[in-house]
Design a protein around this ligand. Structure first.
Ligand code: NAD
Length: 282
C-alpha cells in the first residue's frame, strides 16, 4: 500500500487523510476488523461512543502490536450526554473503553439544536477542557451547519479542528465545506461512498473502466483530491485494501468535474438534517 498523506489541522497536529470507519461493525467483530485494517496499513480509526465498539478499537490496536502513538483515533460524544457533567463522565468512559490516556480527536457527534435549550456551546466549552488537559489532542464537531459553527464561534475562542459531515458525489455539501475552508476547519466526509449507493452510477463505472480502477477507488480519490478526510467502512480485507489504494493515480480536472456534476443537493442526502435531528438513545 502506498503511503497515506497527512493533513495538518488548525491546531498544528496532523491526521492521516485516509482512515478506517467502524460504524455498524458489531462490538464482537471490531477488534479483528481494526487489527486487519492496521495490518493492511491504515493508521487512523474513526469510532464513536454511539457505535458501541470503542473497546474493540482499543483491543484491535493492541492486537496489531502497534504503539498507541502510531495510530490516530477519533471518538465522539453521544447525543444523550451533552450536559457538561455527563460529557466529562462520557469522555472518561471513552478513554477507559479505548484503554488509552488520550484520544487524538474528540467530536460532538450531533449539534441537536432542538435539545438542551439549543445550547451546544457549553458542551463545546467542556471539549475545550479536554483539549487543555491534553487528553484530547484535537477537538472538533460533526454534522454542524455554517450557522451552528457561527454560534460556536460567538461563544468560544477555539475553532473546531474538523467538521465531520455527510459528503459523497450525490451530496457534495459544498456550503459546509466552503465555510470550513474559509475558517480553517478541515472537512471529514462521512459515508464517502454513500454506503455503496454511488458505486453503480454509470458516470462512476465509466470512469472506473477507463482508468482501470474500481468505482470505490474513483469516488474515494475524488474526495482526497477535494482535500477532504475519508474513512470508508468495510469488514472485507479485500475491500479494505482496495479502498486504501488511492495514492498512485490521479483524476484529471474534467473527471473531477464529471463526478462533482452528480450532486443532487439535499435530495441526495442519506442521513438526517442536522437542523432538525433530535434523536437521543434511550
Ligand atoms: P461508507 O460510505 O463507508 O460505505 C460503507 C458500505 O459500503 C459498507 O456496507 C461496505 O460493505 C460497502 N463497501 C465498502 N467498501 C466497498 C468497496 N470497495 N466496494 C463495494 N462496497 C464497499 O459508509 P459509512 O460506514 O456510513 O461511513 C463511513 C464512516 O463514516 C463510518 O464507519 C463512520 O466512522 C463515519 N460516519 C459518521 C457519521 C456521523 O454522523 N459523524 C455518520 C455515518 C458514518
Amino acid at each position: 500500500m502506498s503511503t497515506i498523506p497527512d493533513i495538518t489541522l488548525n491546531d498544528g497536529s496532523t491526521i492521516p487523510a485516509l482512515g478506517f470507519g467502524v460504524y455498524q461493525i458489531p462490538p464482537e467483530d471490531t477488534a479483528a476488523a481494526v487489527r486487519q485494517a492496521l495490518e493492511i496499513g491504515y493508521r487512523h480509526i474513526d469510532t464513536a461512543e454511539m457505535y458501541g465498539n470503542e473497546e474493540g478499537v482499543g483491543q484491535g490496536v493492541r492486537d496489531a502490536g502497534l504503539d498507541r502513538k502510531d495510530v490516530y483515533i477519533t471518538s465522539k460524544l453521544n447525543n444523550s450526554l451533552h450536559r457538561p457533567d455527563d460529557a466529562r463522565r462520557a469522555f472518561d468512559a471513552t478513554l477507559a473503553a479505548l484503554g488509552s490516556e488520550y484520544v487524538d480527536l474528540f467530536l460532538i457527534h450531533w449539534p441537536l439544536p432542538t435539545r438542551y435549550d439549543g445550547d451546544f456551546v457549553s458542551t463545546w466549552n467542556v471539549l475545550e477542557e479536554f483539549a487543555e488537559s491534553g487528553r484530547a489532542r484535537s477537538i472538533g464537531v460533526s454534522n454542524f451547519t455554517p450557522g451552528q459553527l457561527d454560534t460556536l464561534a460567538a461563544g468560544s475562542n477555539t475553532v473546531p479542528a474538523v467538521n465531520q459531515v455527510e459528503v459523497h458525489p450525490y451530496y457534495a455539501n459544498n456550503d459546509v465545506r466552503a465555510y470550513g475552508r474559509e475558517h480553517g476547519i478541515a472537512t471529514e466526509a462521512w459515508s464517502p461512498i454513500a454506503q455503496g449507493r454511488v458505486l453503480g452510477d454509470p458516470v462512476i463505472t465509466g470512469i472506473a473502466e477507463a482508468l482501470g480502477r474500481t468505482p470505490a477507488q474513483v469516488v474515494l480519490r475524488w474526495h482526497i483530491q477535494r482535500g477532504d478526510i475519508v474513512f470508508p467502512k468495510s469488514i472485507s480485507p479485500e475491500r479494505m485494501k482496495e479502498n486504501a489504494a488511492l495514492f498512485d493515480f490521479e483524476l484529471d480536472g474534467q473527471t473531477m468535474a464529471d463526478i462533482s456534476g452528480l450532486d443532487r443537493g439535499v435530495d441526495g442526502r442519506l442521513g438526517p438534517d442536522p437542523e432538525t435531528f433530535d434523536w437521543i438513545p434511550g
